[in-house]
Design a protein around this ligand. Structure first.
Ligand SMILES: NC(=O)N[C@@H](O)C(=O)O
Ligand code: NI
Length: 165
């Protein structure tokens, strides 16, 4: 029997167990460039591990997912954090799960606005990119370098995400 998941709003507090929400935060704002630019400083930090590791900046172009959507697996990156920030401005889903003795626990599904990104912490269980409604581009900051940086685990039973829109 597939297990239905609920979708919750993406907030710093709700997402805290999994990483950081990347969004305009007035408390982090520094006025620069002669007052012409608001710098929202250090909203998140890339975390890369291992000899020869480097932080890289990518664009992921995601195809929109169909709903209801079956979550059959989760992944994590033991050697680096991974951030996703929408470029085109549409809503999307961030899905993360607590660690349960080396396996992903029950996923939590967060509805992100087009003005919200996330930085998944290093070794945090998450679902691969979930674009919603249209082909969507995301700026992705993660790790390049030697070593295996991808661990995937498949659930015995899928979880199901209802249509978010
Ligand atoms: N594999 C890859 O680069 N992407 C995934 O890590 C993802 O979280 O989308
Ligand atoms: Ni990933």
């Amino acid at each position: 029997m597939p297990r239905l998941l609920t979708i919750e709003p993406l907030t710093q507090a709700a997402f805290a167990p999994f990483g950081t929400v990347i969004e305009v935060d007035p408390a982090s704002m520094r006025l620069i460039n002669g007052g012409s630019t608001e710098r929202y400083h250090a909203l998140a930090r890339a975390d890369v591990a291992g000899e020869g590791a480097s932080v890289i900046i990518n664009i992921f172009r995601g195809q929109p997912r169909g709903f209801p959507y079956a979550v059959t697996m989760m992944e994590r990156h033991p050697l680096g954090s991974q951030s996703f920030s929408p470029i085109g401005g549409g809503s999307w889903l961030a899905i993360a799960a607590p660690d349960d003795n080396g396996k992903p626990g029950t996923p939590r599904v967060f509805l992100a606005t087009g003005a919200q990104g996330v930085n998944y912490g290093r070794n945090v269980w998450h679902h691969p990119l979930m674009a919603v409604g249209a082909v969507s581009d995301f700026l992705v900051v993660d790790r390049d370098g030697p070593g295996n940086n991808l661990e995937e685990v498949f659930y015995d039973e899928p979880f199901v995400i209802p249509n978010p829109v």
